[in-house]
Design a protein around this ligand. Structure first.
Ligand SMILES: [Cu+2]
Length: 130
C-alpha cells in the first residue's frame, strides 16, 4: 500500500472527529431506564437517576391487573416532560407499557401505586436523583 492511499482515510477521520466531539448533549438519545410494576412490587428500588440528564423511563406492567406509578413531586420538579403523566401519575392497564422522557431534578422522591391496598402490599419505591 502506498503512503498516499493510507493518508486519505486518516485525513477524513481527523475532519470527522471534532464534529462528533462537539455534538450537543441534547442531540444524543437519552438513556433508558426500565421500571417494572407487578403484583405487588415496583422494581428497581431505589430508581437511581442523574440530575439534569435527559432520561427515558419505560414503565412496564408485568401483571394482568392495573397498576399506576405515582410520584407527584418527582414529575412536578422534572423539566421537559413528555409522555402520559397525569396529575403526577402514569396509569398502566394490565400488561401495558408507557414511555416518559424528562430531565429529572436533584432530590429524593417517593413513588407508589395508588390502587387500593397496593402500596401496603409492597408497591412503593424511592427515586434518587443526584
Ligand atoms: Cu398496583
Amino acid at each position: 500500500m502506498s503512503r498516499r492511499l493510507f493518508a486519505v482515510p486518516l485525513a477524513v477521520l481527523m475532519l470527522a472527529a471534532p464534529v462528533a466531539a462537539q455534538a450537543p448533549v441534547a442531540a444524543q438519545a437519552p438513556a433508558t431506564v426500565s421500571i417494572t410494576l407487578s403484583n405487588f412490587h415496583i422494581a428497581p428500588t431505589p430508581i437511581h437517576l442523574a440530575a439534569g440528564q435527559p432520561v427515558r423511563l419505560v414503565f412496564t406492567n408485568a401483571s394482568g391487573g392495573g397498576h399506576d406509578f405515582t410520584a407527584p413531586a418527582f414529575f412536578a420538579n422534572a423539566h421537559g416532560l413528555a409522555g402520559p403523566v397525569e396529575r403526577g401519575q402514569v396509569e398502566l392497564a394490565g400488561h401495558a407499557s408507557a414511555s416518559v422522557t424528562l430531565v429529572p431534578a436533584r432530590g429524593t422522591y417517593k413513588a407508589k401505586c395508588t390502587h387500593f391496598a397496593h402500596k401496603m402490599m409492597g408497591m412503593s419505591a424511592t427515586i434518587i436523583v443526584d
